[in-house]
Design a protein around this ligand. Structure first.
Ligand SMILES: [Zn+2]
Ligand SMILES: [Zn+2]
Length: 319
């Protein structure tokens, strides 16, 4: 499924099988989860994709040749030598290449990846259920780490990432509060079914003060709302790659050493930690499967907020 230009539907195309260079793996793609970032690329909100482009950066596939099962994340390549790489911040590398943005991704039957950025996939997960761990899980895990060692965590936007992070946070003994669009009873019920102790609309206050909040929804208006919900010295983590403008707000909301920060991309360490933790929790991913050629429908359902958990493309459904 090929993106030719922003703001156009993906096109079903028959492409030659990609070839791998030394150090790269050729994969037969089994499953690729759909991320909100894919929607931001299609919508032109991320402005520098390779074109034409195969989207998709939560890929589970089998290595052609030896049959190993591996996962490919958003971080596709780094130079290993810039000041960020040397400081352990390869997620901020100055020459970074992202899967499904700078390099072709997994909305396809075959994909190629740099072997150094591939992960082993925990055995207890099917291909479809493992795929959401590779971005929704990893970015969510990094965001959760940035809240510090606190008890009461609010999650704004209960989609693909939050439904995984809620389970990890509960496993760590934290209390989780979920905020959905106002009136989204199904979303709130889904959150409670995963051990969240309170779920409600994002315009209202939580039942008690929070220690930290993570914003997954790409909605700038949530930043002042989340600041209002956290205690002094509380942190508000913005986990998305794109967000609408943040409205002005009184300095009072930031006062008291409250912090607003973003989370960008992932490091391989985030991936290794989350993928070894997930089966111990165990994190159960809720997925809605789509055939590869229905990728446009999957993106539209995500846009409309109609996906419970994660949309995943079944890339070899016809064998
Ligand atoms: Zn670098
Ligand atoms: Zn993603």
């Amino acid at each position: 499924m090929v993106l030719d230009a922003p703001r156009t539907p993906l096109r079903l195309a028959d492409l030659p099988e990609p070839s791998s260079r030394p150090g790269e793996l050729l994969l037969r793609v089994s499953a690729c989860a759909v991320c909100r970032t894919d929607l931001h690329i299609v919508d032109g909100e991320l402005t520098r994709p390779k074109l034409p482009l195969v989207l998709g950066h939560q890929i589970v596939g089998e290595v052609v040749g030896d049959g190993r099962r591996v996962g490919i994340p958003w971080l596709g390549w780094t130079d290993g030598e810039c000041r960020y790489c040397r400081a352990g911040l390869e997620n901020l590398c100055e020459r970074v290449q992202f899967t499904g943005y700078d390099r072709d991704g997994g909305y396809a039957e075959y994909a190629v990846a740099d072997e150094r950025y591939c992960f082993g996939v925990p055995q207890s997960y099917s291909d479809l259920h493992a795929a959401p761990l590779l971005c929704a899980g990893l970015i969510g895990y990094r965001a959760l780490r940035f809240t510090g060692d606190v008890e009461r965590v609010g999650l704004y936007g209960f989609g693909s990432s939050a439904h995984i992070v809620a389970q990890v946070a509960r496993h760590q003994g934290r209390r989780v509060f979920a905020f959905t669009r106002d009136g989204d009873d199904d979303g709130q019920e889904f959150a409670r079914s995963l051990g969240v102790e309170w779920a409600g609309g994002s315009s209202g206050p939580p039942p008690e003060e929070l220690d930290a909040a993570i914003i997954f929804a790409p909605v700038g208006e949530l930043v002042p709302l989340a600041l209002r919900a956290v205690r002094k010295a509380g942190v508000v983590v913005c986990a998305g790659i794109h967000m609408s403008d943040i409205p002005t707000f009184p300095y009072d909301l930031l006062w008291g050493e409250r912090v607003v920060r973003s989370v960008a991309n992932l490091t391989r360490r985030d991936g290794e930690e989350l993928l070894s933790l997930a089966p111990k929790v165990p994190v159960r991913t809720e997925v809605e499967a789509f055939a590869l050629e229905d990728a446009n429908a999957a993106l539209e359902r995500l846009r409309e907020g109609q996906i419970r958990g994660t949309a995943v493309l079944d890339c070899h459904s016809n064998g």
